[in-house]
Write a protein that binds this ligand. Structure first.
Ligand code: ZN
Ligand code: ZN
Length: 341
């Protein structure tokens, strides 16, 4: 299936967690966890609109300062989401600096702190020296923390000895362009197709004009066609894509149930695999998952693809062991289910 979300881990499998997800139809991006993001270009970081932080351990949140530095002075806002206590963590970071001489900077951070029953919100605006402004009316939490026409982000609280959020990003509907129909109509491939998909997703009316720019032998031309005709002739809709991100959770029955439910049927399941199975006691003591547990979770949730990450640096000389173990457990779990075990 063609992919709408373009997801990639910012660091290697031993590096800090940070999953960058581009939404090409929007020319924007999301980030899951905010570990070291020094290798990400400013251009990529400037596309971020929403950053989801699983918990405030150093390796998941140390990238905040870098992101702030890149965004500061740009006329845009950023939304951040995190577990209980998160607004205080952001406030503490911001108050580590002096904020005079920032006149003219407009950056605003809207911080969402997700509790099991409600979402608290606070705003930090650069022109005010990033003073905390609490929203006095918390919003009830029903599992969804970001709800847009094109996609939703759901979250659950996992036990990592502290609350830790896991996330599911689900596309509402997947839109494909029928390439054969495009050729039949003599229309060019180009960025206008992104505008077309965006207009369809936004539910624009049939007479909404779509500009189709083409350039042939150095000559530029432009046609304008109504959205309704293009939608009927070119757009094929199918069920949306689902990407799930799980890290830093102890192997408890409650966590396992929540993860399987969240990840059910995902196209792509990112799951931590901090330790090998032979070290499961160590994993338990440190509230992390093993590679085998990640593989079994992926099989139980019947995901299409598993991507493990967040390996303990202790195994830097044998990453293949953790990968093999996770994939073997994933495969065996699928086979077991197929055989009715
Ligand atoms: Zn942690
Ligand atoms: Zn961690």
């Amino acid at each position: 299936m063609a992919s709408s979300f373009r997801a990639f881990l910012v660091n290697d499998l031993f590096g800090d967690p940070a999953l960058y997800v581009a939404l090409p139809w929007e020319r924007r991006a999301l980030l899951f966890d905010l570990g070291d993001i020094g290798s990400v270009s400013a251009g990529h970081l400037l596309k971020l609109t929403d950053v989801f932080v699983s918990h405030a351990h150093l390796d998941h949140f140390v990238g905040f300062d870098h992101l702030l530095r890149v965004l500061l002075g740009r006329p845009k806002g950023l939304r951040l989401y995190g577990p209980p206590g998160f607004i205080g963590h952001v406030e503490g970071k911001l108050h580590g600096y002096r904020w005079n001489l920032v006149e003219g900077y407009t950056l605003t951070l809207d911080v969402h702190e997700v509790h099991p029953d409600r979402v608290l919100r606070a705003r930090f605006a650069c022109p005010e020296g990033f003073v905390r402004r609490d929203d006095p009316t918390p919003r009830p939490f029903d599992g969804v923390i970001l709800d847009e026409a094109q996609f939703q982000v759901r979250t659950v609280h996992l036990d990592h000895r502290i609350p830790c959020l896991a996330f599911a990003l689900e596309e509402t509907v997947h839109l494909n362009v029928d390439k054969a129909a495009l050729a039949t109509l003599g229309l060019p491939v180009g960025p206008w197709l992104i505008d077309l998909k965006r207009a369809v997703r936004a539910g624009a009316p049939d007479d909404h004009p779509i500009r189709i720019a083409a350039s042939e032998e150095g000559k530029r031309s432009e046609r304008v066609l109504p959205l309704g005709d293009l939608r009927r002739d070119l757009i094929r809709a199918s069920p949306g894509q689902k990407v799930v991100y799980v890290t830093d959770a102890v192997n408890s029955p409650e966590n396992m149930e929540k993860i399987v439910k969240l990840a059910r049927g995902a196209d792509l399941f990112y799951c931590e695999a901090a330790y090998p199975e032979r070290e499961r006691d160590r994993a338990l003591a440190r509230y992390h998952l093993t590679a085998g547990q990640a593989g079994r979770l992926a099989a139980r949730a019947q995901v299409r693809r598993l991507a493990v990450f967040h390996f303990s640096p202790k195994y830097r000389n044998c990453p293949g062991d953790l990968l093999d173990e996770a994939m073997a457990a994933f495969r065996d779990g699928w086979t077991g289910q197929a055989n009715g075990y």
